[in-house]
Design a protein around this ligand. Structure first.
Ligand SMILES: Nc1nc2c(ncn2[C@@H]2O[C@H](COP(=O)(O)OP(=O)(O)OP(=O)(O)O)[C@@H](O)[C@H]2O)c(=O)[nH]1
Ligand SMILES: [Mg+2]
Length: 414
């Protein structure tokens, strides 16, 4: 049933506004005329104020009296829950956010949130998703989309960009350009200002259009090069199996990391056997692993071409195997603790190679820096492009392109 229909029929809805995992805080939203009745029956304000006396914007702390509490069992389905009598009241904060709209803030335990939701549902409310909640509270598609993305994002850079969009950064930029375009008197200075804004919006769009998607960085290299060890060192825990046996990793293994504030999926792969070495020809299972590695590399944003530093010069693998249009790559030397890195670096094929040791941590910060600068050069070149509006949907980009065209027409008569 659509939200609007639910509202028409019951005039009473409830939702969980915080993620459905355990968190420090849980917030539920309630909308409807009947909310007051239930709040009256379960909530006692410490200030003794009655529910009816509260104005919009009031924030009151008090006790929430459960008549029952529901405890989710392993399956996580509310129907499968056991009921317990809960004697102790819960300390909650009640916020009146509209004439018939409320929020209850409580600690983030799952049982207490389930109990609160259950109380309202038993009182006739329909439980809806938080996306539906924002839609039925007059939030437009764009801000609902931003909130959805915010709930999913891992990196603080992306969270910062999205929060600025939620605060109207994009709309303000668009308005500024429109004011120039539709002002009766044309002005070169104003045109230049609008052009700066449109250039900034277009520049930030590449990153804005893929905010929700973490960057994919893949480790490719010969067997035993130290790919899995490098992944573990960057992740800070033992995610991938490491062993002295060549061919330990057989499959593609993805790990979500946050590197310098950006969400990155780092992908470990099966190692290649060196070219022209028939003694080392891979077994069928290893071949399959290598095919998977090449397949994953085609759609990656960045390849880390990993080799021990004493083999940086060795041509063990041609990038064309990934495809004609292969992604950018960084040469990464490993096991620097075993060799005289200076000597090998001088001989190395690329000045840009980053020398690392998973054992000592050498070069890891530098590697993270180079990875992020390659993935998001905008941050180094023009970080301020993310401080204001950023186009984050195809519709945003259409608006920006359209205004760009209009600005060009405007400039002809100047
Ligand atoms: N001294 C030293 N040894 C390392 C370093 N990195 C990896 N090794 C060792 O090199 C061997 C291979 O490491 P892995 O990380 O499993 O190498 P891999 O590239 O994932 O190997 P495959 O999965 O077989 O392709 C292991 O014995 C590691 O302990 C390093 O920085 N220093
Ligand atoms: Mg491995």
């Amino acid at each position: 049933m659509k939200v609007v229909d639910s509202l028409k029929e019951s005039r009473f809805v409830v939702t969980r506004l915080t993620p459905s995992q355990v968190g420090a805080l849980g917030v539920i939203g309630i909308l409807g005329d009947d909310a007051e009745l239930i709040l009256d029956a379960h909530f006692d304000a410490y200030s003794k104020s009655s529910i009816q006396s509260l104005d919009i914007g009031s924030i009151v702390a008090g006790d929430w009296h459960h008549t029952m509490v529901t405890c989710p069992v392993a399956s996580g389905r509310r129907e499968d829950t056991a009921r317990q009598i809960h004697e102790k009241p819960e300390c909650v904060v009640l916020v009146k956010t509209g004439t018939t709209r409320w929020e209850i803030h409580v600690h983030g335990g799952q049982a207490v949130i389930a109990s609160l939701l259950g109380t309202f549902v038993s009182g006739g409310a329909i439980e809806i998703s938080w996306g539906e909640w924002f839609a039925c509270n007059g939030s437009n598609y764009r801000s609902t989309f931003i909130r959805e993305q915010l709930a999913q994002t891992d990196g603080f850079f992306v969270a910062q960009i999205l929060t600025r969009q939620l605060a109207g950064g994009f709309e303000r930029d668009i308005q500024q350009i429109q004011e120039v375009l539709f002002h009766s008197q044309k002005s070169l200075d104003k045109f230049k200002l609008a052009q700066t804004v449109i250039n900034r919006l277009e520049y930030s769009a590449r990153v804005g259009m893929r905010l929700a998607k973490p960057w994919h960085v893949i480790l490719l290299g010969p067997v035993n090069a130290g790919k899995s060890s490098l992944l573990n060192a960057l992740a800070g825990y033992s995610r991938s199996i490491v062993s002295p046996h060549a061919g330990t990793t057989r499959d593609v293994l993805e790990t979500r990391l946050v590197l310098n504030g950006w969400a990155v999926d780092l992908i470990d792969t099966a190692g290649f056997h060196s070219m022209n070495d028939s003694r080392q020809s891979p077994k069928i299972i290893e071949k399959e692993g290598i095919e998977r590695a090449l397949g994953a590399a085609q759609s990656a944003d960045l390849i880390l071409k990993v080799r021990p530093i004493n083999e940086l010069n060795k041509e063990w693998f041609s990038m064309e195997r990934v495809g004609e249009d292969y992604p950018p790559y960084i040469d990464v030397g490993t096991k620097a603790d075993l060799f005289d890195s200076k000597q090998f670096r001088e001989k190395s094929c690329s000045d840009d190679s980053v020398v690392t040791s998973a054992r000592t941590g050498q070069g890891l910060d530098e590697l993270v820096k180079v990875i992020i600068e390659t993935l998001v050069p905008e941050v180094k070149e023009q970080a301020e492009c993310f401080f204001g509006g950023v186009p984050i949907t195809p519709e945003d980009l259409d608006i920006v392109r359209d205004l760009h065209q209009q600005l060009e027409i405007y400039s002809r008569d100047l």
